[in-house]
Design a protein around this ligand. Structure first.
Ligand code: NDP
Ligand code: 2IT
Length: 443
């Protein structure tokens, strides 16, 4: 058995039950086989083995009082995966499905994603099995304060800098930041995605969705194509999905679907984004309300979004939301490109279908890297005590996404896999981290 195949089996054996982590690790290590299997320097230094284990994972309880004065208790985590190229950086996720496996997969992916941005940030991820849905603002605040009372011990602008993810947006970041500042007494950039009045960066809210479209635009232009007139199916209706839809319109495309965990809406001539933003960002409503307010749209409960014919598919909700049968349906309907706005939304079998059918496929670690990239720009502005304009940030984001496209394309070509952006992104992300680890010795 080859070195990487053997190691994949070993890691799976030592981390029983961590299926999401196994999925992410298997994809990355398989893609690295051509680089590592014939390269003793990586094997002798145990680079992949070290990459498979977080530097540290903190697990802690979060007790809080609900509005009825009942005690509630959640489990929270911070997985500090790699500090080889910079301080740990990555979001916090609040969702009932959060567990160590999910956060290890996200932290692991983050290491390679952050490396691809070209910026000096290591990888981490955290979160809790807390469900913000249906909670009052006061309950969310008490939860965030209790969580930060413990988490603050492990953060610092040069140590670990969390941000948002599923269930963590401006409201949650604000409450966590306030509690951190109150405990440690320092005004420092230990969270990104902050509000604009207290150290946030212009363009961070839009960054992941916009970055996704910039990357896909680079891919399409590389094939002498573009977004003009293309129908785009988007899943999710949170931070990433909404700003992906906004940039789709700006590039001349037409976003026609969006979803939440209840079902999806199909609005064939294009979504009304003002209505969607009001429902989802301001009123925190279910997406079924969109179809009630918009006669041209049809709401379908449950799954089936990927059966809607489209030119480009942008899964922006959560992991493993797009399966093999969905990929086949997209291919049969003439879809030409898929970009992962979410982290690992496509199963391994779905990705194989895209690659086999010659559909352009941009993996999450490249496609959604715009969010963490602008988070790093927020860190820079905090350190410098400066605020850049929206245009400055957006121009830097466009350059970063173009750089990612170039890096993943070049790495794929170097290993004779032209157009395979899964291989390219993994190899390019890996090399920088691996070289840094080699240089820093046995640590
Ligand atoms: P939000 O919480 O803003 O939105 C999440 C959306 O996905 C909601 O519409 C939600 O529906 C839906 N969703 C979540 N879980 C499920 C599920 N189990 N089944 C079906 N639908 C689900 O999160 P974001 O937009 O920030 O994140 C979306 C994805 O993008 C995640 O994979 C995240 O890791 C990734 N990402 C986010 C970045 C960021 O900057 N925010 C950066 C890079 C990647 P409902 O409300 O019903 O739960
Ligand atoms: O998955 C991700 O890259 C994020 N949720 C954003 C992380 C960040 O630190 O901005």
């Amino acid at each position: 058995m080859s070195y990487t195949k053997n190691l994949i089996q070993e890691v799976i054996g030592k981390t029983p039950g961590e299926s999401e982590f196994h999925q992410a690790m298997t994809e990355v290590f398989s893609a690295l086989a051509p680089v590592v299997d014939n390269e003793p320097k990586y094997q002798e230094a145990g680079i992949l083995k070290k990459m498979s284990i977080p530097e540290r994972a903190i697990v802690f309880r979060v007790p809080w009082l609900d509005d009825k004065n009942q005690v509630q208790v959640n489990t929270a985590y911070r997985v500090q995966f790699s500090s080889a190229i910079g301080p740990y950086k990555g979001g916090m996720r609040f969702h009932p499905s959060v567990n160590l496996s999910v956060l290890k997969f996200l932290g692991f992916e983050q290491v390679f994603k952050n490396s691809l941005t070209g910026l000096p940030i290591g990888g981490g991820k955290g979160g809790a099995d807390f469900d913000p849905k249906g909670k009052s603002d006061a309950e969310v605040m008490r939860f965030c304060q209790s969580l930060m009372t413990e988490l603050c011990k492990y953060l610092g602008p040069d140590e670990d800098v969390p941000a948002g993810d599923i269930g963590v947006g401006a409201r949650e970041v604000g409450y966590m930041y306030g509690q951190y500042k109150r405990i440690v007494g320092r005004y420092e950039g230990i969270l990104t995605g902050k509000g604009l009045t207290y150290g946030g960066s212009l363009g961070r809210t839009e960054a992941t969705g916009y970055g996704l479209l910039y990357l896909m635009d680079n891919i399409l232009k590389g094939a002498k194509n573009g977004f003009d007139g293309k129908k785009c199916s988007i899943s999710g209706s949170g931070n990433v999905a909404i700003f992906a839809a906004e940039k789709t319109y700006q590039l001349g495309g037409i976003p026609i679907t969006m979803s939440d965990s209840g079902g999806f809406v199909h609005d064939p001539d294009g979504l009304d984004l003002d209505l969607m933003k009001d429902l989802k960002l301001n009123r925190r409503e279910r997406i079924s309300e969109y179809a009630k307010a918009r006669p041209s749209a049809k709401y379908t409960e449950g799954t089936g979004l990927w059966n809607v014919p489209c030119d480009i598919a942008l899964p922006c909700a959560t992991q493993n939301e797009l399966h093999e049968a969905d990929a086949k349906a997209l291919a049969a309907n003439g879809c030409i490109a898929v970009g992962e706005g979410a982290n690992m939304p496509c199963t391994a079998e779905a990705v194989d279908v895209f690659l086999e059918k010659g559909i352009f496929f941009a993996p999450g670690k490249a496609a959604n890297a715009g969010g963490v990239a602008v988070s790093c720009l927020e860190m820079s502005q905090n350190s410098m005590r400066l605020s850049w304009t929206f245009e400055e940030v957006d121009n830097k984001l466009q350059d970063i996404m173009a750089g990612i496209y170039q890096k993943m394309s070049a790495a794929a070509e170097e290993y004779n896999m032209k157009g395979n952006f899964v291989a390219g992104a993994n190899i390019a992300g890996f090399k920088k981290v691996a070289e840094a680890m080699l240089a820093q010795g046995v640590v």
